[in-house]
Design a protein around this ligand. Structure first.
Ligand code: PYC
Length: 413
């Protein structure tokens, strides 16, 4: 390393600015406590401060910021959903995503690539047409394309997929994008911190205090905090928190695994998804193929990853791209997906006054980070659900009014 650079790096005159402040202690009370410093919790804190002037907020994180599903997903952003509720919600998110790097003055590597959901059967083609029609109705750029269009977008692909699952066509969604996931947590965290929000890492929630059916405080590993409002944004740990106050949700938790290849020269421009081959793949800015598959087929609250997963996903990747047979896998990991029966999230108020839920993000939470933060901040500040999330309320399960989004899930289930 050149001496001049080293001297600069070790000089006390040029300290590296921290992304956010480390607070030595918790305050005795806050206006709002947010559980979970992933993208959703930090985004809600940011918009509470920026849009509603509520800054006496603590974000509590039992680990480190962005260490849960925010840092464990495959970073796909899209709005080609199936229900009107889903399409409007995720389209708002895509619009917010586009300006975030400028707003944070932090490069999120937001990269619009185009997103192909491949169809290998007649029934998949029918679902793609259905999605395309709903999308167009709401002004979203989606269309059904044929197999030759897919081949032009990805000339390296074996369209017969090893002969098991020939590609018939795809839903093409031009706005489909990827972004750098950990930077999203840092951007929201820094923005919230600059506006007075306190972020407390290594602070686990042990219990929630209720009086007369209302939230009055939170017991943490570092002491008690009083607060009238708690927002829970903990993805796969949701049942642990809702159990603390006796709220029942239909959430079930399955691991979702992912892996990356060694870096390669850029060759894969679009994002490709196949529900039949259980693949989604994109190439990151540093050249790695970022790949994922279906949920693990059993309920378990764990982030261990398995050889079985690498073997299964690699086999399907080779069906599509046989030339990758010598490519190395360099990392694998897992997140905990909080699944709902209708594949839509659970957002809003709950039967406990002052307890708000942002959950049920299953395998689709990263892309919703900006809009979930904005709409949950509105909901908490006004104690009333934001209009974009009324289709995602917890009581839809009691009222048999589901928001069936399964046909738009990228992952085969
Ligand atoms: O919903 O786009 C998605 C997705 C990608 C990977 C898992 N889910």
């Amino acid at each position: 390393m050149p001496w001049r650079l080293l001297r600069f790096a070790v000089s006390k005159k040029h300290p590296e600015p921290r992304m956010f402040t480390s607070h030595a202690k918790l305050e005795p009370s806050y206006d709002v406590v947010i559980i979970g410093a992933g993208g959703h919790g930090l985004a809600a804190a940011y918009y509470l401060a920026r849009d509603h002037g509520i800054t006496n907020v603590a974000v509590l994180e039992k680990g480190y910021i962005g260490g849960g599903n925010t840092g464990r997903n495959t970073t796909i952003i899209r709005s080609n959903y199936l229900t009107p509720e889903g399409v409007k919600f995720y389209d708002t998110s895509v619009q917010l995503w586009k300006d975030l790097s400028t707003e944070f003055d932090l490069n999120l590597f937001y990269s619009t690539r185009g997103h192909y959901t491949l169809a290998h059967t007649d029934s998949a083609m029918r679902t793609m047409r259905w999605r395309a029609e709903v999308n167009k109705h709401f002004g979203i750029d989606s269309e059904v394309v044929d197999a030759q269009d897919v081949q032009r977008a990805s000339p390296q692909m074996d369209l017969s997929c090893g002969g098991h699952a020939p590609i018939m066509g795809a839903l093409y969604h031009a706005p489909g994008a990827v972004a750098r996931h950990d930077a999203v947590a840092w951007g929201y965290g820094r923005g919230a911190d600059q506006r007075g929000v306190q972020i407390h890492q290594q602070t686990a929630v042990k219990g929630i205090e209720l009086k007369g059916g209302k939230v009055t405080g939170v017991h943490t590993s570092r002491g008690f905090i009083s607060t009238p409002k708690v927002l829970c944004c903990v993805a796969g740990s949701t049942p642990r928190v809702t159990d603390m106050i006796g709220i029942r949700t239909p959430i079930y938790v399955h691991p979702l695994q992912a892996m990356v290849s060694e870096p390669m020269k850029p060759w894969l421009d679009p994002i490709l998804v196949s529900g039949s081959l259980h693949i989604y793949v994109s190439q990151s800015a540093r050249g790695e193929l970022v790949m994922g598959a279906s949920l693990d087929p059993y309920e378990v609250q764990s982030t261990r990853s398995t050889l079985d997963f690498v073997e299964g996903l690699s086999a399907h990747m080779l069906d599509m791209f046989p030339f990758l047979s010598h490519a190395k896998v360099v990392r694998q990991w897992a997140g905990m997906a909080d699944m709902t029966p209708d594949f839509a999230p659970i957002m809003g108020k709950t039967p406990v006054e002052g307890f708000y839920l942002d959950a049920g993000w299953g395998t689709w939470g990263f892309k919703a980070t900006p809009v979930s933060g904005k709409s949950m901040a509105h909901t908490v500040a006004n104690d009333s659900p934001h209009p974009l999330i009324t289709g995602f309320s917890l009581d839809r399960f009691r009222n048999y009014a589901l928001t069936g989004e399964k046909g738009a899930a990228s992952v085969g289930h």
